[in-house]
Design a protein around this ligand. Structure first.
Ligand SMILES: [Ca+2]
Ligand SMILES: [Ca+2]
Ligand SMILES: [Ca+2]
Length: 247
């Protein structure tokens, strides 16, 4: 992959700017050979294009690696695509590593291999976990899939301390979101919800709002709801709300 516009010198300043460098060694590895950028950081999918949406921007890029670089420089780009003929680089900026793609002849899609939570400027840390609070609304399944794509899980809150931390964080942010999906689901279609990673265990710290869960056979998905001080409710999984990933 030729890239006539970048000299070796200009590459040296890039790692400091790039969101996504795990550490200096990783960055050097990343950019020791610029043409490897697309393969090291991204999976390249031929004949595929990112579906245009309110979260995509179409910009000009001189090459596939430059498009990849533009995606890396955008803190919230996980998926991009590049049309060889028009040099159009489409950047998805919703931080959705599962952003929809379509078959498109002459286009290549770039999907980040891995997301590094340590490089996440908007993550908050508590104990051994870091959390990413994502305000782009999604259904419960979309939220779960996107957390997985980012290398984490839909957040599972196991202790009072963890719950207090998250609740305080949501109060502080005060974004007006209806609620936040958490990684709880009614496995076995009975009367209670479980954490995805412990589908056969009772929740160790169930922080439900009074009277909830009230419809666990139809409202199978767990939400921390703003109106009830971020206590939890069972809710219809098709609702679209914000969500929290845990890493
Ligand atoms: Ca947890
Ligand atoms: Ca259950
Ligand atoms: Ca309910």
């Amino acid at each position: 992959m030729q890239n006539p516009t970048l000299s070796g010198d200009s590459l040296e300043v890039l790692p400091k700017q790039i969101h996504g460098c795990l550490d200096q060694n990783y960055c050097e590895l990343m950019f020791s050979n610029f043409s490897e950028l697309t393969e090291v950081i991204f999976n390249v999918h031929s004949e595929e294009s990112v579906l245009s949406s309110q979260y995509t921007d179409d910009v000009y890029a001189e090459s596939l690696p430059l498009c990849a670089l533009m995606c890396l420089l955008q803190k919230k780009c996980c998926v991009a695509s590049f049309y060889d003929k028009t040099y159009m680089c489409r950047l998805d900026k919703s931080e959705n590593c599962c952003a929809a793609t379509i078959i498109a002849v002459g286009s290549r899609a770039l999907k980040r291999n891995k997301y590094y939570p340590t490089a996440c400027t908007e993550c908050v840390i508590f104990g051994m976990s870091s959390y990413k609070i994502i305000e782009v609304t999604a259904t419960w399944s979309e939220a779960m899939n996107n957390c997985t794509c980012l290398g984490g899980i839909l957040a599972e809150i196991e202790t009072e301390a963890e719950s207090n931390f998250i609740t305080n964080e949501l109060f502080t942010r005060n974004t007006g979101a209806t609620g936040y999906w958490l990684g709880g689901y009614n496995f076995n279609s009975d009367s209670d919800l479980e954490w995805i990673s412990q589908p056969n265990e009772r929740m160790p710290y169930p922080n439900f709002a009074p009277g909830e869960p009230n419809q666990p056979t139809s409202e199978k998905c767990l939400m921390a709801i703003t109106n009830y001080n971020f206590e939890w409710v069972d809710a219809l999984c098709q609702m679209t709300v914000a969500y929290i990933c845990e890493f």
